[in-house]
Design a protein. Sequence first.
Length: 567
Amino acid sequence: MSSITSAAPSVLIVGAGPVGSVLALTLLRNGVAVRIIDKTGPQIGQKGLGIQPRSLEMHHFLGTLPDILSIARPLPPCTVYKTPGGTEPLKTFELNQYEEPTPDSPYANALMLGQHRQQSMIHRHLEKYGCEIEFHNELRSFEQFDDHVLATLVSKDPNGKEVLESVKVPYLVGADGAHSAVRKALGLTFLGDTRNDVNMVIGDIEVKGGLERKVWHCWGDYTNLVTLMPTEVDDGIFTFVLSGRDMDHAKTASGRDELVKTISSITDRNDIEFGNLVWISQYRPNIRMVNKFGEGRVFVAGDAAHVHSPAGGQGTNSGVQDSFNLGWKLALVLKGHSPSSLLDTYTEERLPVIAAMLDKSTLLLDRAFTKTTDGAINWERGRETKQLGVNYRGSSTLVDETTALNKDLIRTDSYSLAADGVIHAGDRAPEAPGLEDLRVSQGPPTTTSLFDIFGPDHHTVLIFSSSKFDEEEIASVLGVYPKSLFKTALILPAADAGEIELVGSQSKISKLDLVLRDRDGHAHKAYPALSGPYTAVVVRPDGVVGAIVGGVEGLRQYLNGVFTTLE
């Protein structure tokens, strides 16, 4: 066994699935060097196949959405067949009811894309920054100090001998799954339940004939159930889920032949032609979460922090939102722009969200395995699983001057929109397209949207006012910070041509990054207006509203709560 010591980037990420990969890309987009290791090779098999609308928005901000959309497909309807016979439909339903996209929610419906393809796509983006995944490199141990973490890694040389490596990093993040070595070494609690009443056999298998790929196919009921789901790519592979109280799960999971026998028995179908078995495993849902998302300079995300049933398609989506929340905060602290106490808000914000998610996904699991009056499967999901209502309204960093009259109305759970229907600090920042750039003096006006202005490496300050807005007040507050930390945009209401020309030709407002005309009124409709000369909405790098204020004192309060005080 040999040993080496190496200089290290700022963050060591353990686990290269979608959760660890999103964290790496978020940090790289902020100019923070990372190292990402994974003790196994690239993932094989579908697993975690749904991308919820909120995650699609995150991919928009990260620049990965075009790649996602080029592969992902809408979730197909689910058809349940009558047995015996197995060919006559009993019921066809949508897991989520289709919603028309709206200006404030352009990604209104979940898409189907397996984890293995998600992570491969993100890995290609990491390579653009010179970051390569170190597969078959394992975290052996780590030790924390006041100003760094000392990690011991183990890999193998070309001769198969172990090589120990000592790595010194400012921060370490465990995205290493349900059996997380990082979580265990930190001593975080992982309390919850193992659902011994729900036993499943899951995996992927090739289907050569007998099933169309336009629907998910289901047979049986809560006693014995078979589901065959096509992947998003027309490669002949179907994901299977078998469950039920009367099934011999161990025998079914013993190999391809026993699997096919069980499927044929429950479906009453012998015309389905199966090919190669890709992977198979027994699975019992665990419903557990940590008591906190980190300790000192070490954090956990994704399955390392919370595990639950697959019902509702929340798992991977919740994990990547963990990473998106943590990533921009780590970047600000590492660059010296924010105090280390900002990292405490990672636990503060994500813990209530995950607790709510466990409650909702467990409820969906119980519904799926409860006998209904007609014996049919009960898998429909509510709107909340799209995660567009996930919020951090309890966060200590927020400043919200809209809440003076509405404090009781906004006290809903961490998965729901406010009861008053108004956007508040802590909520997802809505999209608004059709914003005309008034600084373009020649040719037709160019348009942009808020989602194209938001980004993981800066806060966005939206100012809703008129062309008579006095920029000096806000510019003086923001001017003490590095300019790269903010994008500023004045958003004017739809105006007549004279007012547009006044702003555009004279460049009246020069210290703001953008002066935009809300041509169709979408921005003014989506965001609240306070009394006074202007309303300033601060949107965080993760696309969450951090502040809604009507003056510089509120803006200064938010900045002092997030950034190192410079005034």
